[in-house]
Write a new protein. Structure first.
Length: 132
């Protein structure tokens, strides 16, 4: 869990705007706004996992990425295969989740282990254990 920073709470306004767009008959625009702004919600996780990969387990991110790959396959083989709008959500979320996989598997350089951003005094873990 990450504490909200000063401006984070304002990102909910994008979702409110997306809901209003959808309610006014502009569903595609609403979806692009809602999904497209999700990256801002991932930034605190990216930042913390970059600093210390042990704060996240890699397995859930692999499962979610696999699910978004299956969603892409469903779109590609379904009746809306020629609609870019249908590819946007699974493709975008696949990219967001795959980035977390890479961050979880990242080895922290020794020069970063003494960083003031680390939350514990314990020795850094280089990668998530396979048993996690």
């Amino acid at each position: 869990y990450q504490q909200l920073e000063s401006g984070d709470k304002y990102f909910v306004l994008f979702d409110v705007g997306a809901a209003l767009a959808w309610a006014k008959g502009h569903g595609t625009l609403g979806n692009f706004v809602s999904v497209g702004t999700t990256v801002f919600q991932f930034l605190p996780m990216y930042r913390e996992t970059y600093r210390d990969p042990s704060v996240e387990k890699v397995a859930p991110w692999c499962w979610w990425s696999a699910a978004y790959m299956l969603m892409l396959l469903a779109v590609a083989t379904g009746p809306g295969a020629k609609s870019f709008a249908l590819y946007f959500l699974p493709g975008y979320y696949l990219a967001l989740h795959a980035a977390m996989i890479l961050l979880c598997l990242r080895t922290v350089p020794a020069s970063m282990t003494a960083s003031p951003h680390r939350h514990s005094e314990a020795a850094p873990q280089s990668v998530n254990a396979a048993s996690e």
